[in-house]
Design a protein around this ligand. Structure first.
Ligand code: MN
Ligand code: MN
Length: 315
């Protein structure tokens, strides 16, 4: 069970993530990693369209070959990774989305596999972290974003949307003490309370300019030390990356990270116990030349490589 060859992929015409075999959710059949699409944008506050990202990321992810140039392994092979399809729910029903995502992620974890989610807007991360807490207890969270995602209900008159998942995750005790690390932040806050919410609860907040001033390698080492041996979840909102590199997103903010900085941060996490990952907020309708979808595929690939590092060859 590994990637089909580029030529075979050309012949059969299907578009699973990374040319992987497809599997029924909940039945990964020995897989150690399951890719899931979450086609929702019911939580967006500005330009919608992220619900179509799983289709576009699947299409362009066919270009990503297996062997990692730095980590020196093939994560698809090592993890026996599969495409578990999409999590399904009425696409405009945010509460149904939360229930379905929590159940689907829980079933992947119960089968002994690591879930890799392609959103969807950032509201998918709250139910995912609930499933993580149920399986592992409170986890460390590495969160790349332009926004803190700790808005209160007063901002939009609604408690659950793509600007609030980390607020709920902290309030519900889903994140370990001091375990939230937010990197790339630069957007103005709705108010001071929302802006300070995470830091007051022990989060490490690394604004985008601190990454360029201190260097991604140094910041990556700080993250690695902070995660220690905690189960670690990685959530990447593509608007953390500068809109020059990731134009296909609904709430772009100038002054962001470069893709290379984010790859360096992720590669610096080698050795952590990665228990899950999501890449969210890719909006194909706003994209140019599939740049943001290609970036999303490569970010997921780096996460798969981190998970593979913890699995014995042939294990
Ligand atoms: Mn954001
Ligand atoms: Mn976000």
């Amino acid at each position: 069970m590994t990637q089909s060859s580029a030529f075979h992929y050309l012949a059969h015409g299907g578009t699973p993530f990374f040319r992987l075999p497809t599997a029924t959710p909940g039945e990964p059949k020995g897989a150690r990693a399951v890719l899931l699409g979450v086609p929702t944008d019911a939580g967006t506050t500005y330009q919608p369209g992220a619900r179509l990202a799983p289709y576009h990321v699947r299409r362009v992810s066919a270009l990503v070959n297996g062997f990692h140039p730095l980590h020196r392994l093939d994560p698809f092979e090592r993890l026996r990774a599969v495409d578990g399809g999409n999590v399904v729910f009425p696409p405009f029903d945010a509460a149904a989305m939360r229930a379905s995502v929590c159940a689907s992620v829980g079933s992947v974890l119960a089968a002994g596999a690591t879930p890799f989610l392609c959103g969807g807007d950032h509201s998918i991360t709250l139910p995912t972290l609930r499933a993580m807490r149920d399986a592992f207890g409170p986890v460390a969270v590495v969160h790349v974003d332009a926004h803190a995602d700790t808005s209160g209900p007063e901002t939009w008159g609604e408690a659950y949307h793509h600007g609030t998942p980390l607020r709920h995750a902290l309030s519900e005790g889903l994140i370990a003490e001091g375990g939230l690390m937010q990197i790339g932040l630069r957007a103005p806050y709705p108010n001071a309370e929302a802006g300070d919410f995470a830091a007051r609860r022990g989060a490490l907040v690394v604004p985008a300019e601190a990454v360029s001033e201190r260097g991604a390698r140094e910041i990556g080492a700080i993250l690695r030390d902070r995660v220690r041996d905690l189960p670690c979840y990685v959530t990447i909102d593509v608007d953390g990356i500068d809109p020059a590199f990731a134009p296909g997103t609904g709430t772009p903010v100038p002054g962001g990270l470069t893709p290379r900085e984010v790859f360096t941060l992720l590669r610096a996490l080698a050795g952590v116990r990665l228990v899950g990952m999501d890449v969210v907020e890719i909006c194909p309708a706003l994209d140019h030349a599939d740049l943001t979808s290609h970036l999303g595929a490569h970010l997921l690939y780096e996460g798969l490589a981190l998970a593979a590092l913890r699995v014995e060859a042939g294990g």
